[in-house]
Design a protein around this ligand. Sequence first.
Ligand code: NAP
Length: 558
Amino acid sequence: MSAQATGAFATRSKALEKIEGLSIVGGKAVGPCPKVDQFFAEDPCSGRAIGVEYHAATDADIDSAASGAWSAFASFGQSSGEERAVLLERIAQNITDLGPSLLEIAGRETGLSVTRLRAERERTTSTMLLFAHVVRQGDWVHATIDRGAPARRPAPKPDLRSMLRPLGPVAVFGASNFPLAYSTGGGDTASALAAACPVVVKGHPLHPGTGELVARAICDAVAQCSMDPGVFAYLHSGGRRERAIGARLVRHQSIRAVGFTGSVGGGMALDRMASERDDPIPVFAEMGSTNPVFICPSSMEKNAERIAERVAGSMTNAVGQMCTCPGLVFVCESDASDRFAKSLMNHLSDRMPETMLGRRVSDAFGKRLNETTRVEHVRLLGGSVPAAGSKSALRKAEGAPALFMTDLKTFIHNPTLQVETFGPSAIVVNCRGEQELRDGAAAILGSLTASIWGDEYDGRLIKNLASALEQRVGRLVFNGAPTGVEVCTSMVHGGPYPASNQPHTTAVGPRALERWRRVVCFQNAPKDLLPPELQDENPLMIRRLVDGRSTEGALDAA
Ligand code: NAP
């Protein structure tokens, strides 16, 4: 039964009136098509449908978005860094100009607070501005020149010039937990546009209104910059068609790469689809992480309560719905570790259930808690595990913190304990001594982060843990909590599987642009066919490697 039929609507606001519920292709709203599924966003605080009817994209919309992106690539792929910098700055401004309406709609669709969403909007726009700076500056393309030596004997040496060139249209799938920073206008879209790749976004069904507003801001920027409207398209996705839309997009011949942020299951399903194409394409999937925390004995002895407070804060940040929330805490069993566990429990026990992003997220959280509880030798230290899901039509999406404890052997022998539980929960893994703490570091799966708490008396252990963990994670945090991802040049947001399917990349920071490019070499190319970055005169004055030496000069001066 539709939400309309049950009368289960949340109230409409002025902000909602700005939303048409239609996909945007070629710079214009498309549809509605009567034969296609309609769907509604749900207010996670009440379980009620929010009163806008969304129309899932049709096959024709998907085909036209992908083909339009391919046509636009002819010009956009050749655009200058300066032109794309202006585009990114314009998008950032347009997103900011959406003002309170964007925050209101994102808040209603996700249950996230205005304060959190304001910070996320800031992060989204600062990512756009960082990438604008990077492409304007231009060095990031790794321009490399080895001059030819036609007179060389026995064979002449060819003139060889290489640089990163754009892949083509990118399909972007965002995550539920960052409706702005990892969604329609998030890091994947920003980095792909910066890298001169048109983007087609498959909208997230948990925040379609937010997606549509941001999509319009991007399309407006494309028009303001007089670029081909195919540079960006947005496809609404929800109802019965949601899986079909993503699949058709990933299989479309015009799509040349995929950016995904979300669950391991989703990322790997898309990765399989892309690799089974007649012409397999790369998928860059940022997925699930446990973000383990390792506490060394001396530090534990002195700071058990302080560390517990920091871990509790990080674990419950945004109701545990951050990709960097810590889900595992490895400790050496002692009186101090007992104090730590007690203190952590105290911080969690006075927290009431809080609104999660949606029912599918809270249901999945409850399911994972139940799976954890069923593992032998795992003890629930605090919090509660919800009973099997109620099927009532109007149900809040909520979750309360849960803390478990187990020993290292149980952790190592039970794969279900080694993967992410998306929500406010953690497992304290008791280790018998330093060797077991090190074994724990060697046993974790790939993760975005790992944290080590230690002081000068833990010296050697810290070193051992750090060298084991470096093999497993993208970012090592010392004496701190893993949540809070700074947007800057040195940040790495990625890691070995299952944190990501491409462990050599990052989704945050300028290196994110390189995902959407591949290196192409031009041998003895006529001057007028060379991209400006590789021309003798170095018209963009970028840093290049010429005959093995780094220089910003023209070729004659090198
Ligand atoms: P999700 O359920 O995997 O959804 C992400 C997107 O992928 C949605 O558009 C979803 O649409 C689509 N999708 C999922 N499975 C699919 C399949 N089999 N075929 C086609 N499309 C599919 O993830 P989420 O709940 O939105 O996000 C939470 C997860 O993201 C958590 O695991 C969190 O840790 C992770 N995350 C990771 C990072 C990072 O940087 N590593 C950042 C943020 C979030 P439909 O399912 O509706 O079709």
